[in-house]
Design a protein around this ligand. Sequence first.
Ligand code: ZN
Length: 225
Amino acid sequence: MESDGKYYISVLFEYDNHTTTYVADKNNAIGLDYASDGLYTDHNGNKGSNHKYYRESYKKLAKEQRKLSRKVGSSKGSTKSNNYLKQLRKVNKIHRHIANQRLDNLHKLSTEIANQYNVVCVESLNMRSMSNKGFGNGKATMDNGYGMFLNMLEYKLSDRGKYFVKVDKWYPSSQICHNCGKIHHEMKDLKIRTMSCDCGYHMDRDQNAALNILEEGLRILIDAA
Ligand SMILES: [Zn+2]
């Protein structure tokens, strides 16, 4: 029984997995760049996000938490009243709902990608540095569950006999002009949102990075073959 008063059952089963192994198909590949304000940007410029899903739930949570703080028993060490415990269950239920919404969204997005593409190239990220405040908004980063998303992609692609390629985290995906290959150190500044190169190339920062991740991922895959 969870703290929201609900019961959960877990079932473990085994099945024969007959998958055909796909030939790594460049034309059916996608590159994903991590986005701190969402989940990812792909090489076509499409964005996967999840924050909007919880905004409503968070409003509700804040409201119920305020109510909880006014109940008898909310201060440390005091005896919890029945009304307090009742309200606590309500708060826990919203927490659970948010966790379910997040998980559901990550499953939907990862299943869609794993069904559609044979090769998925991502940047391997240092999860610890991502959750620290230096990496944009700490709360937003913790919320978006990117690590969980990558794990889902990895096993779903593997289940389908497809390819999940991790590009080294030191590969400067956001600093390379995708058109001419010139390194732009100024792109280390996250405030610069567009890659503008002397070669005449102008591209959204995240999409440029995703294009580079795709190219580098395909190179790794072909080298390994
Ligand atoms: Zn260039």
